[in-house]
Design a binder for this molecule. Structure first.
Ligand code: TTP
Ligand code: CA
Ligand code: CA
Length: 610
């Protein structure tokens, strides 16, 4: 230890070598190291009891009020005060009220026939109303905007209605150089010039920065207790980076709390996988830091089938092949071994087990996004003429969502409008048409377009049996036009309605109300929907009729489907298949997209569906 240029301590465990890289001046000073940057810091921030918090804030209630959000008879969000009474999502509303007589149950807002806006009605009934998640989408957008404003050099990726990944690498790097200016200059006596390791890092005071996951599970720390010498000894510049990110994260979370009223919980670590994994370490209103050194003991006891993408067939196959269940068990399997059984791309599995994840934090482009409003009908539509009422309800939701999104992206335009209807036990059928380029997207404009599709779909059948209807905008994009045409397009009336038009162009942001399926965790899916459209292949994935029971069940099953479908893409990406993806025929009106069969290879076969 006589020279500060000596590499720091060797990794204690060969499996985790990647967790203690030598960090050099080149690493620190190069501008674009991306996902392999040894100083990379990522956070996942999730809102606490989100829908319940939104309703509490809307009603101006004290945070101590036990409040739940109800959808029909099910509970979809439970505030932390209500959880103290032992209430969970599994409870029916009646049982919840038995557990807590003072419970405030708010039914989620609904669209009602003939109403343009969703509301809180006394007579909610699944036969006549449709759930609206608009409030939650709007509040979610406010939170995302705060992340963006606070971190102009950070990358923000909305991951679900109440979660976002934040790449802190850049903002942290700026602070690091500001605080430790000596790092900006490679010392003249550095043995390998820019490739010399950084000098030893300063000690870190974690006080008030959150829960620091202990390196050995037996140690308990809450961010206030003194950390053992062992930790101090092993402090790395990456830990310093984590602590700076924790400071920034804390400030943003406090800001969100004081300005919007929401508490959040965050995980801060070296990559998305580990950040997400640690975000729920302590809830609510807290943040967790998972240092690289703490990763091995954190991962080892984990049941690997709980890891995203290892939950399905691949996880089953791994468990069976090696007769094991935890991450630790699988560490004995060599890369060669796992690749010989599961293909080249099993490298991904090998790495995840070792806390390595090279997925980028990237704001999703608005391209190929869709907005979908759907209603699962408790009483089927049997007469073609009765479809209209539901179409208007769905049109009202799409109108509101598109116009909301256009507040921040005024030229957002859907390429097409698609109507899906499920008839009895058949699979869903759909019709689509290009969406007219009109100035004001009103409920009427949408309903008129949708009515036409409905007629095409139902033909002149005397009796029909439609059990679910869905209306979607697809191919949402910013319309390409010059500033002149934008002004002409929106004319004075609209400009007055939409003050955001005055904002500079760069500020147009991705409307979070535009759903995407890619990384969204399952839970936040619209519990009303019985299908979703994949943002990548545009395919509409629907639940089978027998899978549709009650609302909460639908959400779960749909979530599973979504995951399976994402997994499918994931596997395809892994397999680098050169065959074209499943793309529905993009003609003006088509039913049941034509698909090409793809033979899965290697690891991919564990993700394909029958
Ligand atoms: P979660 O983040 O899973 O849960 P939560 O925010 O309610 O609670 P926690 O503090 O534990 O994070 O989901 C976010 C919102 O998504 C939730 O408030 C309601 C909605 N949701 C459903 O509608 N159905 C579901 O099955 C789940 C899990 C969530
Ligand atoms: Ca949450
Ligand atoms: Ca969540």
């Amino acid at each position: 230890m006589n020279s500060p240029w000596k590499g720091k301590a060797k990794a204690t465990n060969q499996a985790y070598d990647d967790l203690r890289p030598t960090i050099t001046y080149r690493h620190l000073l190069s501008n674009n190291l991306g996902v392999r940057d040894p100083l990379r810091v990522v956070a996942l921030c999730d809102s606490d009891a989100f829908y319940a918090a939104c309703e509490r804030v809307r009603l101006g209630l004290d945070p101590s009020v036990p409040i739940v959000v109800q959808q029909w008879e099910s509970l979809i969000a439970i505030s932390y005060p209500a959880r103290k009474f032992g209430i969970s999502r599994m409870d029916k509303i009646k049982d919840a009220k038995k557990k807590c007589p003072d419970l405030l149950a708010v039914h989620v807002a609904t669209y009602k026939e003939g109403e343009k806006e969703p509301g809180y009605w006394d007579d909610v009934d699944t036969r006549t109303h449709k759930v609206s998640l608009d409030l939650y989408r709007r509040e979610s957008n406010k939170i995302i905007s705060m992340f963006k404003e606070s971190l102009p050099t950070g990358e923000i990726e909305k991951a679900s209605i109440d979660e976002a990944f934040i790449d802190f690498t850049r903002p942290v790097r700026e602070k690091l150089l500001e605080r430790y200016p000596y790092l900006a200059q490679v010392p003249a006596d550095a043995p390998d010039g820019t490739d010399s390791p950084l000098p030893p890092p300063p000690p870190i005071n974690w006080d008030g920065l959150g829960s620091v996951v202990p390196v050995s599970p037996s140690e308990e720390t809450d961010g206030t207790s003194e950390l053992s010498d062992e930790v101090d000894d092993n402090t790395t510049w990456h830990d310093v980076a984590l602590s700076i990110a924790a400071e920034l994260m804390k400030k943003i979370r406090e800001d969100i709390h004081s300005k919007l009223g929401y508490t959040t919980s965050a995980g801060i670590a070296r990559n998305k996988f580990i950040a997400k994994l640690s975000a729920s370490y302590k809830k609510p209103n807290s943040q967790t830091i998972l240092r690289n050194d703490a990763i091995p003991n954190y991962l080892r006891p984990l049941a690997f089938q709980k890891i995203r993408f290892l939950g399905g067939k691949l996880g089953d196959a791994l468990a069976k092949e090696y007769d094991v269940s935890t991450v630790g068990d699988l560490l004995t399997v060599s890369l060669e071994e796992i690749q010989s059984k599961f293909g080249e791309n099993a490298l991904w599995v090998y790495e995840i087990l070792r806390g390595i994840d090279h997925n980028e934090v990237k704001e999703k482009s608005a391209l190929f996004k869709s907005m979908l409003a759907s209603k699962n009908l408790p009483t089927p539509i049997t007469q073609s003429s009765d479809g209209h009422q539901w179409i208007r309800v769905l049109a009202a939701e799409l109108a509101l969502r598109l116009n909301d999104a256009r507040e921040s992206m005024p030229t957002l335009w859907p390429k097409a409008i698609v109507l899906h209807a499920r008839k009895g036990y058949e699979t869903s059928r759909s019709k689509q048409a290009t969406f007219p380029f009109v100035r004001n997207v009103t409920v009427d404009v949408i309903a008129t377009a949708a009515d036409k599709l409905w007629k095409e779909l139902t033909g002149d059948a005397k009796t029909i049996n439609v059990t679910s209807v869905q209306l979607a905008f697809t191919g949402l994009e910013k319309a390409e036009m010059g500033q002149k045409s934008i002004e002409g397009f929106f004319k004075t009336r609209d400009i007055q309605q939409s003050p955001s038009l005055k904002r500079p162009r760069e500020e147009y942001e991705l409307p979070a109300s535009v759903e995407d399926t890619s990384l969204a965790p399952p839970k936040s899916s619209n519990v009303e929907a019985v299908s979703f459209q994949c943002s990548r292949c545009h395919k509409v994935i629907s639940l089978r009729e027998e899978q549709v029971t009650d609302a909460s069940e639908v959400a779960q099953r749909l979530a599973t489907l979504r995951l399976e479908h994402d997994d499918f893409h994931f596997a395809r990406d892994l397999a680098h298949s050169n065959e074209s993806p499943l793309v529905p025929v993009p003609r003006s009106s088509s039913s049941r997209g034509v698909r090409r069969k793809v033979e899965p290879k290697g690891i991919a076969k564990f993700f394909t569906k029958k």
